[in-house]
Design a protein around this ligand. Structure first.
Ligand SMILES: *[C@@H]1O[C@H](CO)[C@@H](O)[C@H](O)[C@H]1NC(C)=O
Ligand SMILES: *[C@@H]1O[C@H](CO)[C@@H](O)[C@H](O)[C@H]1NC(C)=O
Ligand SMILES: *[C@@H]1O[C@H](CO)[C@@H](O)[C@H](O)[C@H]1NC(C)=O
Ligand SMILES: *[C@@H]1O[C@H](CO)[C@@H](O)[C@H](O)[C@H]1NC(C)=O
Length: 480
């Protein structure tokens, strides 16, 4: 009897430990994504037991097979209308992207994320009519495949689907213009035992509003005046935002609904508040804040969350801001950016990716004798930045202190590396040259690219790569 009790306790501890451990978002919009097997090994060595994906790319899922890692597969917004209008298409999607991987590859798929923040106001309502029917069709398809207990549907939404009428969490309700739709979706999720998934970003609150109190974005209790909501004290934005959702759900009769924080994190570059110190402070603060299952004032229960994100993605659209390419807790090549203790490794630090294959140790830089006012410079830089990635050059970020010439070299090198160090990719009107001396300075790393991986993930990256070149070119032209 005594032993039985111990075993039960242990089982409970193990089960809860797993469910509560922090997950990570694994996106692949990179010019040179790490091979999926390398990433899966890195996830395992770091004790990260849950990943959220943005699609159902075959090689990524194959690599996750037999790892035991819990997987949330994603359906991109562009597929919603097809899946909404055809149950057959939804059945095919489930057969190919869920059933096969579970039965033949042994992938631990637990969720299907239908769409990604489809109600963002910047989408102008494009997915308002298709999200719910797609969600319903995927649920029907899962049920037909007899997977409805094992695999749950959800829909990752931006926190702007709810608002508060009073500035306090207790005033929370769904946004007026989509309230009926939200209630339809929540009711459906509830009936099927599925969670509500929300992405919460204090960094964006700060980015959008210079007057946003900086310490309220973090978790270190540095807030001199906590916000009182009828006596309940809030000293950070995350708790207040999460509880606004809890109130919105409660107000509409779904007070017990399971919530997943689909994305949370802080970028290290591309904005004055995006640097290693702040990212470490926020992510470590969040991990510590939710450790031990403490929860929020309104819902003091374990929080289920996925960090955004695992690895930097140099081909993400920079339309929302340059910071978009700098969310990773790891660099593009799997190096930890800072000490982050997830409580899952023996050392208490992140463990870098193993067996990463790099290009040669050479860089493309501006020739030392060329002057900055040379008429070729501006045009060459804008070409380099249109194809390369100059998003790390902004003020306050790790490469923000480069001088004018180093700025130009940074742009040239980025173009050269993204083109796999081809000779012709370092021929900027006679003003550039290849060097074997690392031009990196202090906190600013001039990267060497990793060898291209010719799996499906790479081609996926390229799909996103081309359309954003124009935006990058225009943006960088105005800087130089
Ligand atoms: C499976 O997912 C992939 C990647 O998201 C997608 O391209 C493909 O169309 C899906 N398959 C089906 C049958 O819908
Ligand atoms: C939304 O509308 C704005 C303003 O009309 C436009 O600039 C933008 O391209 C539109 N976005 C989408 C995704 O349609
Ligand atoms: C959604 O449906 C409404 C009502 O039928 C229609 O007015 C609107 O144009 C549709 N929106 C889109 C993006 O298709
Ligand atoms: C280098 O580039 C960054 C970003 O484009 C810019 O803010 C900075 O002023 C530049 N530095 C010099 C010395 O030109």
């Amino acid at each position: 009897m005594g032993w039985g009790f111990v075993v039960v306790l242990l089982t409970v501890a193990v089960v809860c430990g797993r469910a509560n451990s922090i997950g990570a978002n694994w996106g692949t919009q990179a010019s040179h994504p790490l091979p999926p097997d390398t990433v899966v090994r890195m996830l395992r060595e770091n004790g990260i037991q849950k990943v959220k994906l943005f699609d159902a790319e075959y090689d990524t899922l194959r690599a996750l097979g037999k790892s035991g890692i819990e997987v949330m597969v994603g359906i991109p917004n562009e597929m919603l209308s097809t899946l909404a209008s055809s149950l057959k298409a939804a059945e095919k999607w489930v057969a190919k992207n869920v059933s096969t991987h579970i039965s033949t590859n042994n992938v631990n798929i637990r969720y299907v994320a239908v769409g990604n923040e489809p109600f963002l106001s910047s989408y102008n309502g494009s997915y308002l009519n298709t999200t719910f029917p797609a969600l319903r069709n995927i649920q029907t398809a899962l049920t037909k495949a007899d997977l409805q207990n094992q695999v749950k549907v959800t829909c990752p939404l931006n926190a702007d689907v709810y608002e508060t009428s009073t500035t306090l969490p207790s005033g929370g309700d769904f946004r007026a213009d989509i309230r009926d739709l939200m209630i339809t979706i929540v009711k459906f999720l509830s009936e099927n035992g599925c969670p509500f998934t929300v992405n919460i970003y204090p960094f964006i609150s700060l980015y959008n509003d210079d007057k946003f109190p900086l310490d309220y974005a973090f978790f270190d209790g540095g807030v001199s005046k906590p916000v009182s909501d009828g006596g309940t004290l809030y000293s950070n934005e995350f708790d207040a935002n999460y509880d606004t959702l809890v109130h919105a759900l409660e107000k509409n009769g779904f007070g017990n609904m399971q919530i997943i924080v689909g994305e949370i994190g802080w970028p290290t570059g591309g904005d004055k508040n995006a640097n290693v110190e702040n990212a470490k402070k926020f992510n470590q603060g969040f991990v510590d804040h939710i450790s031990g299952g403490k929860g929020t004032p309104k819902r003091p229960e374990p929080i289920d969350a996925y960090l955004f994100s695992l690895i930097d993605e140099d081909a993400k659209s920079i339309q929302p801001g340059y910071f978009e390419r700098h969310w990773g807790i790891f660099t593009y090549d799997g190096l930890p950016k800072y000490a982050l203790n997830l409580g899952t490794t023996n050392t208490g630090a992140l463990i870098q990716a193993k067996e990463v294959n790099y290009e040669m140790k050479k860089w493309c830089v501006m020739k030392p004798n060329v002057r900055l006012d040379d008429p070729q410079v501006a045009a060459s830089v804008s070409l380099a930045c249109s194809r390369g990635d100059c998003s790390g050059l902004g003020v306050g970020t790790s490469c923000g202190k480069l001088d004018g010439k180093d700025n130009v070299s940074y742009a040239f090198n980025s173009y050269y590396q993204i083109h796999d160090q081809e000779d012709k990719a370092c021929k900027f009107s006679g003003i550039s040259e290849v060097t074997k001396t690392d031009p990196s300075t202090g906190t600013c790393r001039f990267p060497i690219m990793i060898l291209p991986y010719y799996g499906g993930a790479a081609s996926h990256g390229q799909v996103f790569f081309l359309p954003l070149l124009m935006a990058a070119a225009i943006a960088m032209l105005s800087i130089f």
